[in-house]
Design a protein around this ligand. Structure first.
Ligand code: SF4
Ligand code: SF4
Length: 56
């Protein structure tokens, strides 16, 4: 997954949606740690549609 920076409001909601704990809010940015399984759970949490998957 990736986060489209221009569309992301840095609200941090997606952080709590990742079952692997890979998303981290660091100040005014969201860090994506290695190990993403592309489960798309974080997608459900994003109110702005900023989370993208390259298979779409
Ligand atoms: S796709 Fe799944 S594993 Fe990857 S960041 Fe989103 S919730 Fe976490
Ligand atoms: S939920 Fe969406 S808008 Fe909020 S920080 Fe995550 S990617 Fe950005």
């Amino acid at each position: 997954m990736r986060i489209e920076s221009a569309e992301c409001g840095k609200c941090g909601i997606c952080v709590d949606f990742c079952p692997e704990g890979l998303l981290e809010k660091q100040g005014f940015k969201i860090v994506i740690h290695d190990g993403c399984t592309n489960c798309k759970k974080c997608l459900e949490g994003c109110p702005l549609g900023a989370i993208k998957f390259d298979d779409e």
